[in-house]
Design a protein around this ligand. Structure first.
Ligand SMILES: *Cc1c(COP(=O)(O)O)cnc(C)c1O
Length: 473
């Protein structure tokens, strides 16, 4: 058929919109997604005919299924829920720590109405938006004063700008960390206006190295927690206590960037200890910063605790406004911190701590039931195995510390692990898994309790479909 004739036969937008299936689709999806998809599908068709790439007429069925797929894509939210079966608890790409239901209730309450964000009900006048979380932090951490900003990178930027602009900050070469590309300590220091003086060597820094580097321009001795990597072998670094002692003897400040920010002793939850801000302060640190959405298990935030006069300088710094937290995150942070006031239940109520503290035996039980569901659903179509493995805390916390877990391994003849993992990502609730030795590996430690069944159904549907004969229960 001639190009002109093919082009002439492309139906009009109006015509497609009148097709039964498209009208039905309109009852399910927003109108704009359908109108845009019809125009898009027809435009692509026109282009491929004009370019000669297409030489046949387009059937209405083909157009309809193109529109349906495109409209469904457009109607889906960009940020949406996934099932994290990676076993990485604080997974930065998957949103770090999930919030508790209580924290979410607090968010919903303040987000859908007016709130006391910057209002004191007793006095009937304006207060600071962080007043509520400051009070809790003073209680939990035992600090003089506290502040919270957008994230920990912001907290470090603000602290250095407020306390060391135009001055020198001494830091060990072994602590010049990069956290996921966008946070490189030297870059943040430069932007803060402080001059970085890096001392020691990659593997060893001694107190004398700090001492020798101190000049009249020095303002801060900075200690950065190596939260996402480990150094072993011929290594040496200076303790918070020794560094604080030196700083104070020389009239300087000692600041510690803890990064991960555990507020409870994780060894009581069955994993390796992380330094606590309480301890850094006790060891003499003047200021400590850490993230809200790592081991604390709350929303994205950067928490600053320390000496009142220093915190005050940060609160009144113009950057504080640029870095301020919004009401939803503040509500979530306050509620998460409240959960720490009940030390006996915090490992149950804060989801990140719950995932860390789940005993392997409990996971094993879930894995056994899960494997049974998969075997029933997939029959001989797939090979399902359970094996011992390790979960990771992730999020730049406790590097090298694996938590004992039980893994589900799935291999499906006729389907590569790569293809399988793509299908899992395309589920209604996308499933994020990993591949080990050409097997799909699921770690239930990071799957929210109560989601095992829906996960199993999705896995069965994703892996059973594909043309082969499958036994269904
Ligand atoms: C994670 C981390 C940061 C950055 O914290 P964000 O809250 O992600 O901005 C900074 N320093 C250290 C040591 C960290 O571990």
């Amino acid at each position: 058929m001639e190009k002109q004739e093919l082009l002439r036969r492309i139906p009009s937008v109006e015509k497609v919109l009148e097709v039964r299936e498209i009208v039905d689709l309109g009852r399910e999806l927003p109108r704009w997604t359908i109108a845009e998809s019809v125009r898009g599908v027809l435009a692509v068709l026109r282009k491929s005919i004009s370019s000669g790439a297409r030489t046949g007429e387009a059937e209405m069925d083909e157009i309809v299924s193109g529109v349906r797929a495109s409209a469904r894509r457009l109607a889906r939210r960009g940020i949406r829920k996934v099932i994290n079966a990676t076993g990485v608890i604080i997974h930065t790409n998957l949103g770090r720590s999930p919030l508790s239901e209580q924290a979410m209730d607090a968010v919903r309450e303040v987000a859908t109405s007016y709130s006391t964000l910057e209002f004191d009900l007793d006095e009937g006048r304006r207060t600071s938006r962080t007043a509520h979380v400051e009070k809790l932090l003073r209680r939990i951490v035992g600090c003089d004063d506290a502040f919270a900003v957008n994230n920990n990178a912001g907290a470090v930027l603000l602290a250095l700008n407020a306390l060391a602009e135009g001055k020198e900050v001494i830091v060990s070469r072994g602590e010049l960390v990069e956290i996921g590309g966008s946070f490189r300590l030297p870059d943040v220091m430069e932007k803060s206006g402080a001059r970085m003086v890096d001392i020691g060597t990659t593997n060893r820094t001694r107190i004398e190295d700090y001492e020798k580097a101190i000049t009249e321009s020095t303002a801060i001795l900075l200690k950065v927690h190596r939260s996402n990597f480990m150094m072993t072998g011929y290594v040496e670094s200076v303790s918070s206590a020794a560094l604080s002692e030196l700083a104070h003897r020389r009239g300087l400040l000692m600041m510690e960037d803890l990064g991960s920010g555990a507020l409870v002793d994780l060894s009581s939850l069955g994993t390796t200890r992380e330094p606590l801000p309480q301890e850094s302060l006790r060891d003499g640190a003047d200021m400590v910063t850490f993230s809200g959405d790592k081991l604390l298990g709350g929303p994205q935030a950067g928490v600053i605790v320390g000496r009142g006069d220093l915190v005050e300088k940060m609160k009144t710094n113009p950057l504080a406004r640029a870095l301020r937290m919004d009401k939803m995150s503040l509500a979530a942070l306050e509620e998460t911190l409240r959960q720490y006031l009940e030390p006996d239940t915090v490992a149950e109520t804060v989801p990140a701590l719950k995932a860390i503290s789940t005993p392997p035996a409990e996971i094993k039980k879930r894995v056994d039931a899960f494997c049974l569901m998969l075997s029933k659903g997939l029959g001989r179509a797939a090979e399902v195995t359970a094996s011992e493995g390790e979960s990771q805390i992730g999020g730049g916390s406790l590097p090298g510390t694996g938590l004992k877990t039980f893994l589900v391994g799935i291999s499906r003849p006729g389907l590569s692990a790569n293809e399988a993992i793509v299908r899992l990502r395309q589920c209604a609730i996308p499933v994020i898994a990993r591949i080990v030795e050409d097997k799909v590996i699921l770690d239930l430690r990071t799957v929210q309790p109560g989601e095992d069944e829906i996960l199993a159904h999705q896995v069965i549907d994703a892996l059973a479909a594909g043309g082969e004969q499958v036994e269904r229960s």
